[in-house]
Structures are given as structure tokens and as C-alpha cells.
Ligand binder design. Structure first.
Ligand code: WTA
Length: 648
């Protein structure tokens, strides 16, 4: 397969960090990086053990920093800590107690600021609310909420009492919520009436109500009043957040938990239809996100830091909540969309709060480019000193625009490669020392040992495409897939024994810089969100009209990848209205984020003789590389497929 991974990108521009940035950076010389990287490679336990002792609070010190090898490594064994304590309580004995922890802005323009002390009080109260509702250490709590401070408060409250949170992005449907509740056997759901998105209410409580009919493990629901929209409260099951908080005590000790205690589950798409419950544990994740925030974003106490992700994704978990708060940062949090009330909203926020570190996604950058330079040019962006990118490969054109128009050619760009599974950033420039090349995520961070290998697990020569693997355990790696350890071992370690295989194709250039080319499996990357083609296919075939479906991605200007569905109907090719119905059906099954861009009815799908759908061919058609009228030519593909088959 690696023979098929061809790299066509040849980018030679290089951008050195400004000398002034280097002189003040946490990692400020190549020697320092080399020394850290080599130590971490040769002695991972010593390297991470020292950092853990220095940066985390230990109720009980650990006996051994690292035990075992991948896939079953344990970190900081025997130790007891608490992620909420490390993110909040730790700062209360310092001058940071009255520093802004969360600077929040709602889409309608309402604002709230919580200092570390405020955050501590709210978290303690909500932790008591959870206890009162019967949540115990080890129980699972689903959070299905808009981007409001209560979400961060609820996460930290779970961590405080050792409950495991499972956050479900607000764009998922009731059915998706039910599946995840069931898989995690969640006891409590925390939600809101709704949230604001482009001036409209995204209704959440109603979806929770529908999901609970199918997820009986849930006993209690807490509802934040956000929009004031109409909700139905079921007695003895549903409670208003503000009413419970009113009577709650602000006194709640953080529960010391084992280093390997489950901190959260986050469901993500794999190459099968069933979402994977990626499980992260306490100490390793806490440390990994903390150190990478400091190194990659060069975070200082003076910074105003803004990551535009939704907390429903790993980027929000790691770089809105756990990483920056553990460092005592001031974190901007925004509820809404970048184009509401107009296309200048993000730049207005940067100007208003004097944001200095800005972390966003290529899909957003491509939209900004389309909307025009006049929007950022209207605002004063001179507070910015560092820019970040995450979620998909950033095309050099978007990188250059980001560099020039947003960064004024002054701000280093950190293109950060990582995954839900890695917990923290793995490959990224270090802004004080790395000369960046547009489109490359550059080099692995200290403690991250990566390689590009072929199908046999052998390293390939420079500039050859191959599979991106991680060779050595790291503290913030996932520990298992919830309830299915066998699948964990198979998915990530089954292909190349002893190596963590990320699912991405990449190459390493002559300078050792990594260029990620994208997924090699059936996982789509739509606006930086992972979706499996199989999930969309199973949603489609669950509709009475559909006999069979094949889903592929195609290049999309803004989203990176769009969703194209080839559908064999049961019976005659239906009228165009049926397309709308199928699109609505997929949205209902999975959520708005999985909305198909194209539905193409076809009487047949191109298949090999063994019955495998020829996805490569479908991808060509979807991308318009092979001319195909909507349905007629598709009929010929069975013949085409047969011809190809005969050639083999
Ligand atoms: C892709 C998001 C290229 C990649 C943090 C990975 C990237 C998947 C980059 C994980 C990047 C993420 N350059 N590709 N800087 N960042 N990816 O789990 O395909 O939502 O495997 O985590 O996004 O997506 P996930």
C-alpha cells in the first residue's frame, strides 16, 4: 500500500523564527531541543518522571515513572494525583488566584470572566451537585453542551471526584448521543436547553430527551439555562443547573485518584461503523497536555490564549481546558461561529481581548481567505505573537495567507500534528527554534519518537511516502478503547506489531521534517472532523429506500473533504426529492456534521469480482476526475470494473 502513497508537494520556502521571539522562548536553542529529545528517547522514564515530579501535584508520589511497553504501558505507577487539582487548586496558593482563567464570549455578545478562584468555587459546587445526584468515582457522565463556561466547569467537576466524562459534540444527533450513552453506560447527562449558532438556537435538551428513550443507563439530567428556549423537564429525572447550584456547598476536596484512573472517554471515528471510545487516563494526559502547551505555544503568564476548537473535540479538551489551565493561562472561549453577525467576528475578538496566541484549523483559514482580506484588515491584530493550526494538513497557500494577513509576517506558525488517540501534540515546530516550511508540521517533540515505514515496518528513505508510526510510548497516549481492549490492540498495533500506527500517510524530507498527506484508511476528514465512510454508509442503508451505499470523500475548497454518497435504491431510481430525504436521514442518524454534499443514485456500484467496492474509482468520479453524468455512466462501471478485474 505504501507504494501508492505518492507525495506531489514540493515546497522549498523556509521561515526562520524572529530573533526576538527566540531569545524569550521556553525552548530557545537547537541544542536544548536536541538534548531534551535525546534524553527522552534514551530514558523516557527519567525524562517524563522528572517533569511529572516538578509540574504535577502528587497526593501520593509514584513508585515508577513507566512500566511495560506499548501497547500496554503504564505511567507514574503507584502515584495519586487529580487533574482538576492540577488545573485549578494549584494556582490558588499563587498570585494567579485572581488571574482570569476563562474569558468567555457568547455568540450574542454577552461576556463572562472567571478567575481561577471563581472557577474553583463553581467547580467545587458542581462536584457536590454530581455527588448529590449519586455520581461516584469511576462513574461515567455524558456532557452534551454548547461552548459555555459550564462545560469547562462540568469537566473539571467530574475530574475532581474521579468521574469519567464523555463529551459529545453538540452537532451530533439524538441517536448518536444514545449510542455513546449506552457504550459508556453513562449515569448522568449534563446538557443545556440549547446554544447559539449563527443567530439560531441549536436545541440540545430535546435531543437528550429523544436519546434517553434508547439509553436506559442514564438516571439524571442536569440542564443549563442558556437560550431560554422551551424545554420539557421530566420530574425526578431532570434538574436545572442553577437550582442545584444554588443550594450546593463550595467545599469539596479533590479526590486523589490513581495515575492511571480514567479521566475521560472521547468517541471518535475509525474505519468501521462503530465509533471508538478513546480512553485517556489522569496523570499522563495531564502532564502531556501541560508540557506541550508550554513548549509549542511558548505560553507565558502574560499571554491571552485562544483556541477556536469546540470542546466536543480532542483539541478543545487538551488545548482549551486541561493544557492551558494546568499552566495557569488566561483562556478565551467563544460560543459562536466565525461569520456571525459578520465575517469579522474572530478578528473583532482578537482585537477586543488582545489575543496573543491564536490556534485554529485550516478549514477555517480557507473560509477566511474566501471571505476576503478586508475583514481581518479592519481590525488591529497587533497583539498576536503566535499562530497555530490543527486538524488536517494545511495547504501551503493557506499557510502563506495566515502568515501574511493574520501574522503580518511577524508571528511564527505552529502546524501541530496529533490525534484524539495521542491526547497531545506530537509533531510541531517549536516556535523559538524551528525554521518552518509551509505545509510541514516539521519535527517530533521531545518524548515523541516517530518514523515513516513501509508495510513491513521498515523505515523508508527520505522523501518516500509511507506510514507514519510512533515507536515509543508517551504519557498522554490512549490506554484502550472503552470496553474493547482487543480492538485497541488490533486497530493501532495490529498492522505493525510494536509500533503505534496512526492511520496517516506521510513523508520525511532531507531535513527530517514531516509532511502529513492524510488518512490511508476509510476515514474522512471533513472540516477537520473525523468521520468514517462506514458510519455514513450504515446510516444510509438504515433508510427504507436504500439497498446499498458507498461513501467516499472528494476534495472540497473549504471543508477539505466533502461527502459523496453513491446509493443503489431499492426499486426504481427515485425523484430528486429523495436526495433531500436521505440527507436529512443521515443528519438525524449521525448529526449535522455528517451532512452529505452529494447523493448520487446509481443502479450498480463498481465492484471487484470478490465483491469489494472499488472506492478508488468512486473517489475519482466524486472528484470529477473521471467524467460521469449523474447516473447513466455509472451503469457502465460494473463493466468497467469487470474490465479492470480482468486485467489483474
Ligand atoms: C489529521 C485532531 C496534517 C490527521 C487533533 C490525523 C493533521 C487526524 C494535522 C486526527 C496536521 C490533525 N497536519 N494532518 N497538523 N492535525 N491531522 O483525532 O489525519 O480529530 O490522523 O485529532 O487529523 O484527527 P482528530
Amino acid at each position: 500500500m505504501s507504494n501508492n502513497i505518492e507525495s506531489t508537494l514540493h515546497e522549498t520556502r523556509k521561515f526562520a523564527p524572529p530573533a526576538e521571539f527566540t531569545s524569550l522562548a521556553h525552548i530557545s536553542s537547537e541544542e536544548q531541543y536536541q538534548q531534551m529529545w535525546n534524553r527522552a528517547k534514551d530514558d523516557p522514564a527519567g525524562f517524563w518522571g522528572d517533569l511529572a515530579k516538578e509540574h504535577l501535584h502528587w497526593f501520593k508520589p509514584f513508585d515508577q515513572a513507566m512500566v511495560g511497553t506499548m501497547p500496554n504501558t503504564k505511567w507514574f505507577v503507584g502515584g495519586e494525583t487529580n487533574a482538576c487539582y492540577n488545573c485549578v487548586d494549584k494556582h490558588l496558593s499563587t498570585w494567579r488566584k485572581n488571574k482570569a482563567a476563562i474569558i468567555w464570549e457568547g455568540e450574542p455578545g454577552d461576556t463572562r470572566v472567571l478567575t481561577y478562584q471563581d472557577l474553583h468555587r463553581e467547580v467545587c459546587k458542581f462536584a457536590n451537585v454530581l455527588i448529590q445526584l449519586g455520581v461516584k468515582t469511576g462513574d461515567r457522565v455524558t456532557l452534551y453542551m454548547p461552548m459555555i463556561p459550564e462545560l469547562t466547569i462540568a469537566m473539571l467537576a467530574c475530574a475532581r471526584i474521579g468521574a469519567t466524562h464523555s463529551i459529545i459534540f453538540g452537532g451530533f444527533s439524538a441517536d448518536a448521543v444514545a449510542d455513546r450513552n449506552n457504550d459508556a453506560q453513562a449515569k448522568v447527562v449534563v446538557t443545556a436547553d440549547g446554544g447559539w449558532r449563527r443567530g439560531k438556537e441549536v436545541v440540545l435538551k430535546k435531543a437528550v430527551d429523544a436519546s434517553l428513550a434508547k439509553s436506559p443507563s442514564v438516571q439524571k439530567v442536569v440542564v443549563v439555562r442558556r437560550t431560554g428556549g422551551e424545554v420539557q423537564m421530566t420530574p425526578d429525572r431532570d434538574y436545572w443547573w442553577h437550582e442545584l447550584m444554588d443550594g450546593a456547598s463550595a467545599d469539596c476536596d479533590a479526590v486523589p485518584v490513581d495515575s492511571e484512573h480514567p479521566l475521560f472517554i472521547l468517541y471518535t471515528s475509525g474505519s468501521t461503523g462503530k465509533p471508538k471510545g478513546v480512553l485517556h487516563t489522569t496523570a499522563g494526559y495531564n502532564l502531556g497536555t501541560m508540557m506541550t502547551t508550554k513548549w509549542v505555544f511558548d505560553l507565558k503568564d502574560e499571554d491571552t490564549y485562544w483556541c477556536t476548537a469546540d470542546i466536543g473535540w480532542i483539541t478543545g479538551h487538551s488545548y482549551i481546558c486541561y493544557g492551558p489551565l494546568a499552566n495557569g493561562a488566561s483562556v478565551v472561549m467563544f460560543e459562536g461561529a466565525p461569520n456571525w453577525p459578520d465575517n469579522g467576528r474572530f478578528w473583532e475578538i482578537i482585537e477586543k481581548y488582545k489575543v496573543s496566541i491564536f490556534y485554529t484549523a485550516p478549514t477555517a483559514i480557507r473560509a477566511f481567505i474566501k471571505w476576503g482580506d478586508e475583514w481581518p484588515n479592519k481590525y488591529d491584530l497587533s497583539s498576536l505573537r503566535l499562530l497555530g493550526s490543527v486538524g488536517e494538513p494545511i495547504n501551503p497557500e493557506a499557510w502563506m495567507w495566515y502568515h501574511k494577513v493574520i501574522g503580518a509576517e511577524r508571528c511564527p506558525i505552529v502546524d501541530t500534528w496529533w490525534q484524539t488517540e495521542t491526547g497531545a501534540i506530537m509533531i510541531s515546530p517549536l516556535p523559538g527554534i524551528t525554521s518552518t516550511k509551509p505545509g510541514s508540521c516539521t519535527r517530533p517533540l521531545p518524548g515523541v519518537v516517530t518514523e515513516i515505514v513501509n508495510e513491513k515496518g521498515e523505515p523508508v528513505p527520505a522523501n518516500n511516502g509511507g506510514l507514519l508510526v510512533i515507536k515509543q510510548s508517551w504519557p498522554s497516549m490512549l490506554r484502550t478503547l472503552y470496553g474493547d481492549h482487543k480492538r485497541y490492540e488490533e486497530v493501532y498495533f495490529g498492522k505493525l506489531p510494536g509500533l503505534y500506527f496512526a492511520g496517516d500517510g506521510a513523508r520525511k524530507d532531507e531535513d527530517g521534517f514531516y509532511w502529513v498527506m492524510g488518512r490511508i484508511d476509510d476515514v474522512l476528514n471533513v472540516s477537520g472532523h473525523r468521520l468514517s465512510t462506514m458510519e455514513v454508509e450504515s446510516a444510509l442503508v438504515s433508510h427504507p429506500l436504500v439497498a446499498e451505499a458507498a461513501v467516499v470523500g472528494f476534495p472540497h475548497d473549504i471543508k477539505g473533504e466533502g461527502i459523496c454518497c453513491f446509493v443503489i435504491p431499492k426499486g426504481e431510481i427515485p425523484a430528486d426529492e429523495a436526495k433531500k430525504e436521505l440527507i436529512a436521514h443521515v443528519r438525524k442518524q449521525i448529526g449535522a456534521l455528517a451532512t452529505p454534499d452529494q447523493i448520487r443514485f446509481t443502479p450498480a456500484l463498481p465492484k471487484t469480482r470478490s465483491g469489494k467496492i472499488m472506492r478508488r474509482l468512486l473517489r475519482d468520479i466524486a472528484a470529477g476526475r473521471e467524467s460521469a453524468g449523474d447516473t447513466s455512466t455509472l451503469e457502465d462501471f460494473s463493466i468497467l470494473a469487470k474490465l479492470r478485474d480482468d486485467e489483474e
